[in-house]
Design a protein around this ligand. Sequence first.
Ligand code: NAP
Length: 278
Amino acid sequence: MKIGIVGLGLIGGSLGLDFRRLGHQVFGVARRLETCTQAIAAGAVDQATTTLASLNTVEVVMVCTPIAMIEPTVKEIAPHLAADAVITDVGSVKGAIAAAASQHWPRFVGGHPMAGKTEVGLAAAEAHLFRDRAYVITPLPQTPADAVETVQTLATDLGARVFTCDPTVHDRAVAWISHLPVMVSSSLIQACLHEPDEQVRYLAQQFASSGFRDTSRVGGGNPELGMMMARYNQAEVLRSLQTYREELDHLIHQLQEKDWAAIEHTLAENQAARPSFL
Ligand code: NAP
């Protein structure tokens, strides 16, 4: 299959590596010529240019740009594609994208491979990034079934666990396990930075080990991606943060009341529940 990838960063580059490995022909589009050269050298694409019009012969286009650029990219590329081509994206938010993009291209199928790393950019791209990870596909009721099937097949071939749901349901679910953790982790780092005693702050930085590494990873990652999650999934991020704040208030109250039994009970409940998420 001829596959076009727009945006040759972490996700676009990783998809390119896998699709080439699977025998597809991959055509890349990047903003800068330098990225095109690097993507070819890295084996992420067969060829690459800086113009969307170069994708006029591909059967599937995967838009892997930052969230804000997905809809404008779909709009810009639409006049160049064959009528039966499928466009999909990899954006971490779906509600704000799916309906708008489908207006430009009815054979648009929203998608979200749930895999990431702290580092971004083409240099961080790797093969097998999506293996055993969830890949969510979010068609609208009017999305043609064969277009949905094409994207489902590609995601399955990556070794991902494929789920299909409504874009708004996707946004609500990922708010809990992806967007809220970014906000919480970001607040954690900020709270530590606000320690007023310089010596304590310095020592905390020296003592930090695996616990802080795990809990600060997503809040210390790509700032643009975190902001886009907040901006484009604002309602669900707010909803989850408010529930989280209630949990914090509850915990503060238990601490003030020295209700150690209640705290232990909650921690035991968490220990039992955590594997159901991972
Ligand atoms: P990234 O590594 O920063 O890659 C984004 C790429 O898009 C860069 O190569 C950038 O080009 C390119 N780009 C930006 N504007 C463009 C434009 N107008 N036209 C063409 N290319 C453009 O980011 P990423 O992590 O791969 O994220 C890309 C998408 O994947 C986002 O929509 C994000 O929501 C989604 N996603 C990310 C993760 C994650 O954890 N990182 C997970 C799942 C989904 P330059 O190289 O020139 O800067």
